[in-house]
Design a protein around this ligand. Structure first.
Ligand code: ADE
Length: 231
C-alpha cells in the first residue's frame, strides 16, 4: 500500500520509519511518505493557519493551503482525491479507530492521513477533500502527528511480512481467532517468583486444556472491558 502523511512536522516520522515492522513492511513493497504541508503553501512566510471566524482560541489550518498541498502532491484537484484513495482527517471527533477500521484501512491500496494542529482543520477540508475523519480516542492531543503514527503503526503491522514470526498477529487481541476479545495473559520464566504463581495449567503440557484456559481468560477480559466483541 501507499501510505502518505501530510504534516507540518515530516521529520517526526524519520524515527517512526526506522522501526523494524515499518522497515519490514517497506521492504515488502509498501510505501510510507511524510509530506510537508508547507511545501506548496501559496502564502508568504510559509503561513498555513489563521484565526477562526466567529472568534475563539487557537488557529485553524487553512483550506487554500491544504488544497495547494494536495494538488501539489497528487497533481489533481483534491475534490477528486477521495475517489482515488482514502483521505483521512485526524481529529478527536472522528470515527474512533478500532480493529475493524484498522483492518479496513490495511486492505486499502492507498491512504492519505492529514494531520491537524492547533484548533484543527477548516471544516471545508474535511467536507471536500476527505473520505473519513478518524480519532484515536476521545481525548485531545496537541496535533494529528502522534495519531497518524498510531494509525500507520496499526495498519503497517498488518501488511504481510511486517511482523516476524515471533510477533505473529494471528492470535492477538481483537483478532478473529479470539473472536474479537482481548488477548489472554502471558507468563514466562521464572515460574516461581515471590509468591506469584504461574497458573498450573500453563506448566501442564496439556495443549487442549491450555487452549481452553486461554480462551476463557480472553472472554473474561472481553466482558470486563465492557466492549462488545466483533460481530
Ligand atoms: N488530534 C488531536 N487529538 C486527536 C485524537 N484524539 N485523534 C486524532 N487526531 C487528534
Amino acid at each position: 500500500m501507499q501510505l502518505d502523511v501530510v504534516t507540518l512536522f515530516p521529520q517526526w516520522f524519520e524515527w517512526f520509519a526506522e522501526q523494524r515492522h515499518v522497515t519490514n513492511a517497506i521492504e515488502q513493497g509498501n510505501q510510507l511518505r511524510a509530506l510537508d504541508l508547507r511545501e506548496h503553501t501559496p502564502l508568504s512566510g510559509g503561513q498555513v493557519d489563521d484565526t477562526p471566524f466567529g472568534g475563539g482560541a487557537g488557529m485553524v489550518l487553512r483550506v487554500d493551503v491544504m488544497e495547494a498541498a494536495l494538488r501539489g502532491f497528487y497533481g489533481v484537484d483534491p475534490v477528486e482525491l477521495p475517489r482515488q484513495r482514502r483521505v483521512i482527517a485526524l481529529t478527536p471527533g472522528g470515527r474512533v479507530l478500532d480493529e475493524q477500521l484498522v483492518n479496513e484501512l490495511a486492505a486499502e491500496p492507498a491512504v492519505t492521513l492529514l494531520c491537524g494542529r492547533y484548533e484543527g482543520f477548516d471544516e471545508r477540508i474535511v467536507q471536500h477533500f476527505c473520505s473519513d475523519a478518524v480519532s484515536i480516542g476521545r481525548y485531545v492531543i496537541a496535533g494529528g502527528e502522534l495519531a497518524a503514527m498510531v494509525v500507520c503503526d496499526a495498519i503497517l503491522r498488518k501488511q504481510p511480512g511486517a511482523l516476524g514470526d515471533a510477533d505473529s498477529a494471528v492470535e492477538e487481541s481483537f483478532s478473529a481467532a479470539l473472536e474479537g476479545d482481548p488477548e489472554y495473559p502471558h507468563y514466562t520464566r521464572p515460574a516461581e517468583f515471590r509468591d506469584w504463581a504461574v497458573p498450573d495449567v500453563l506448566l501442564s503440557g496439556h495443549h487442549e486444556e491450555i487452549r481452553q484456559w486461554r480462551r476463557a481468560r480472553s472472554r473474561e477480559r472481553g466482558a470486563a472491558s465492557g466492549q462488545a466483541p466483533l460481530s
